[in-house]
Design a protein around this ligand. Structure first.
Ligand SMILES: Nc1nc2c(ncn2[C@@H]2O[C@H](COP(=O)(O)OP(=O)(O)OP(=O)(O)O)[C@@H](O)[C@H]2O)c(=O)[nH]1
Length: 777
């Protein structure tokens, strides 16, 4: 049985939490408050204790009455475990009576409360003689065992011991008296809200306003729940939630958040599982140059989108959705690894599935490998489209064999990578590819909540002469509407117009839908996130705040990992891995360099080669390095001019070498430099103590001879007696012939004191040493 909190059980039993808490304590269960948990057997015990065996409103028989008294005493005095332990579950009368005061203090406001009033009326009869939750204390005063006097005495004692319960008692009495006096059942209160939206730290007054109740009533309620507070006292989350629970309404914490932190909003929206509906997959197509990415995208668009449109409509934006088998697939029409990785570098993992296009007549090529590494780094599943199978010389099996070396093992070879042989040009098997995409997406159970504010990422953005800033957004959560106040990256505004991939105006966009919007005050960047706010004012505040933060962010760019700052970065960011991209002139060098770098042995840190291939350092490498905070090592290669300038712009460290060992040495040194230096003791010399002088002002002065090495006036020292280190400290002073000196060498006499230490004896050896920094091995 799962553990249950006291207040949850109370809710189930329709009893005040305090009542259940008391019962648990009476049964000697170590629980402190309403948030405490009960395990299965404890819950059973408490239930048995609390729940009536059969319901009746009959007047209690004397025995039952006694039982009631005991039970209530137990509740009120958890400090009497022995008595409590004896008290068997007391049956209906006890329970009925326990429930009563709750209803006496609670005024009917909701249907629920009405019913409790009903209970109250029934119970009033039963408890007219002064029993109740804390009526147990009253009962005790007419304890059948003794006289009124002895009871008073007991009560006084108890008062001393348990002030809390005594004050409860007196307060309860007051409540009762008031109750009797005023017949207060009808309240002018407005109905309770359905949900108590609160902030941690609110007090009874604040809550009173929200709940449309007098603070006094709230204080009373809290009191009955075992919490004594005044109306200005801050209440914690638990207390407020229990209070709401006791009122029979839900509670929800209102968060005070930094509105500019849209990543947080985004993540919250993304993780919002209140309502989940399946959403279409978002697919990116990657592959080597000329392997057919564009042809495939074009074929898909032409065959599946424009087919239904008269005359065909030119695709307006860099993403589109197509319908297949009654389902929708979203394609990001931005082939190129750099674009993919650029978005990831900006925190936008928009792609669910990567389709890797490999030409069957060409096989695995450098950019194929690059694409695999990019997709792996983004942790998106890969579906392989072996293209151009119509061509003479096409060898799909060879492609499969090649890709196995990169961890993409086809299903017919026992792996789990989906391969589809296609001809993008002729459309052969393209539908099969779509089937596979849908299958993969089914496995992934892609879901989103369309019933919330829209949130997502920027696919691309530009400044249009006529329209102003235009952004293509991919909705990832919620629904985006025209007119929504929105923050996109560091820009903000209202969604003025919204168009689909065909350039048609639309007013709403659900998850996985790409749309082009206008209405922003600036041009955001690809990969920026967007979040819809409830009001324009907050959106503006957030947007402006973000623009300011963007400047700071720019400075952060300089903090990218380089070989020079590797050590500091590792320390600051607790890096355990150094990401490296290797580019070299020949495959042999790539492998040799990768192997050697992986083998660098610096304790606690290792090199993670995220991509290694033959060829110049290109823009894609820089983008991958930026996204993965990696260092690029080029061996006998140079960066392309674009990669060079991009690298400079993004502060990506590109290191070029002609000698492999230099590369390894540099990385090793940088990694070591990043580690905390270690220190070892280095003995510089020894002094044999031959004489002692006592001076009241400085303590014991040792006169001796430097037997080897030297001693400096800032030396640390070990005092060694009979080969055992008796003391480890520092020199206080070092003299020769009454003069302070900096150093005394072997064969010379000296006088010295040890800081804070006087127990020096003739024959001791004072070993002088210093701490020496050593590079990590
Ligand atoms: N025979 C045949 N040719 C194809 C097929 N798919 C693409 N091609 C041709 O291959 C060439 C390159 O195709 P693209 O679609 O431009 O290749 P890409 O991967 O987009 O190339 P980049 O955009 O340069 O990276 C074009 O001439 C296409 O017509 C196919 O299935 N069969």
């Amino acid at each position: 049985m799962a553990k249950k909190r006291i207040y949850e059980l109370a809710k189930e039993l329709k009893l005040p939490s305090k009542r259940v808490l008391d019962a648990a304590q009476a049964r000697e269960i170590d629980v402190k408050n309403h948030m405490a948990t009960l395990d299965g057997s404890q819950e059973k015990t408490v239930r048995a204790y609390l729940q009536p065996r059969k319901a009746t409103n009959n007047k209690p028989k004397p025995a039952a009455k006694r039982a009631t008294t005991r039970s209530q005493t137990d509740q009120a005095t958890a400090s009497k475990p022995v008595r409590s332990a004896k008290a068997k579950p007391q049956g209906k009368t006890a329970t009925t009576q326990h429930q009563q005061p709750h209803s006496t203090t609670q005024k009917p406001t909701t249907g629920k409360n009405h019913s409790s009033q009903g209970q109250h009326q029934t119970k009033t009869k039963t408890t007219g003689n002064g029993t109740g939750k804390f009526g147990g204390s009253l009962k005790r005063s007419s304890n059948p065992n003794g006289t009124a006097n002895s009871n008073k005495k007991k009560r006084r004692n108890r008062k001393n011991r348990t002030n809390r319960f005594n004050s409860m008692y007196s307060k309860n009495q007051r409540i009762r008296q008031n109750h009797k006096k005023k017949a207060p059942t009808v309240r002018k209160n407005r109905p309770l809200p359905e949900v108590l939206v609160y902030q941690d730290g609110m007090n009874a007054q604040d809550l009173g306003k929200i709940l449309h109740r007098e603070p006094a009533e709230i204080i009373k309620k809290l009191f009955m729940l075992g919490m004594m507070v005044n109306q200005n006292q801050s209440l914690d989350k638990d207390a407020i939630e229990v209070l709401a629970d006791d009122y029979g309404i839900k509670s929800q914490e209102k968060e005070t958040v930094n509105v500019s932190d849209i990543d947080k909003f985004f993540e919250e929206e993304e993780q919002n599982k209140d309502y989940q509906a399946p959403r279409p997959p978002v697919v990116t197509i990657m592959g080597h140059v000329d392997h057919g990415k564009t042809t495939l995208l074009d074929y898909l668009r032409d065959s599946h989108i424009t087919a239904g449109e008269a005359g065909g409509i030119t695709q307006a934006i860099g993403a589109y959705q197509l319908h297949h088998d009654g389902k929708i697939i979203t394609f990001l029409d931005t082939p190129g690894h750099a674009a993919f990785t650029e978005m990831r570098a900006r925190g936008a993992n928009v792609t669910d599935i990567t389709v890797l296009v490999v030409a069957a007549d060409d096989g695995v090529m450098p950019q194929t490998v690059e694409a695999i590494d990019h997709a792996k780094a983004a942790q998106t599943p890969i579906i392989v489209a072996v293209n151009k199978i119509d061509k003479a010389g096409a060898n799909p099996n060879h492609v499969k064999e090649q890709l196995m070396n990169y961890g993409l093992v086809p299903e017919d070879y026992g792996g789990d990578t989906i391969f589809v042989d296609i001809s993008a040009k002729n459309g052969t098997n393209v539908d099969e590819l779509l089937n596979m995409i849908l299958l993969q997406s089914d496995v992934m159970e892609l879901q989103a909540n369309p019933k919330q504010n829209g949130a997502g990422s920027v696919i691309e953005a530009r400044l249009d002469r006529g329209k102003g800033p235009v952004a293509t957004l991919l909705v990832q959560q919620g629904t985006l509407h025209t007119g929504d106040p929105i923050v996109v990256g560091d820009t903000f505004g209202r969604v003025r117009t919204m168009a689909n991939e065909l350039g048609q105006d639309i007013t709403t966009a659900t998850p996985a839908t790409p749309v082009e919007i206008t209405g922003l005050n600036g041009v955001p960047e690809a990969g920026d996130r967007f979040v819809v706010f409830n009001d324009e004012k907050t959106a503006r505040t957030a947007g402006e705040e973000r623009a300011k933060e963007a400047q700071l962010e720019e400075r952060k760019q300089n903090n990218r990992v380089t070989l020079d700052n590797l050590f500091d970065s590792m320390k600051q960011e607790d890096l355990k891995q150094v990401n490296v991209i290797i580019k070299a002139d020949v495959q042999g060098s790539v492998e040799a360099l990768a192997d050697s770098l992986r083998k660098i042995d610096v304790s606690g840190v290792n090199v993670n080669v995220i991509h290694a291939s033959v060829g110049a350092v290109n823009e894609s490498d820089v983008a991958l390095a930026k996204a993965s905070n990696a260092i690029i090592i080029g061996f006998n290669v140079r960066p392309t001019p674009q990669a060079k300038s991009q690298g400079e712009l993004d502060n990506v460290d590109i290191r070029l070498y002609q000698v492999i060992y230099n590369a390894i040495d540099d990385v090793t040194a940088a990694m070591k430099g990043k580690l905390d230096p270690t220190y070892v003791e280095e003995v510089t010399g020894n002094i044999e103590v031959r004489q002692l002088y006592k001076a009241s002002s400085v303590g014991t002065i040792a006169g001796g001879m430097v037997s080897d090495g030297f001693v400096a006036n800032d030396s640390k020292v070990h005092l060694i007696r009979n080969g055992v280190v008796k003391y480890d400290g520092e020199l206080g002073s070092l003299k020769r012939f009454k003069d302070d000196v900096k150093e005394v060498k072997q064969g010379h006499e000296c006088g010295l004191t040890i800081e804070n230490y006087n127990d020096i004896k003739v024959g001791d050896v004072i070993e002088a040493y210093r701490m020496k920094e050593v590079a990590p091995q």
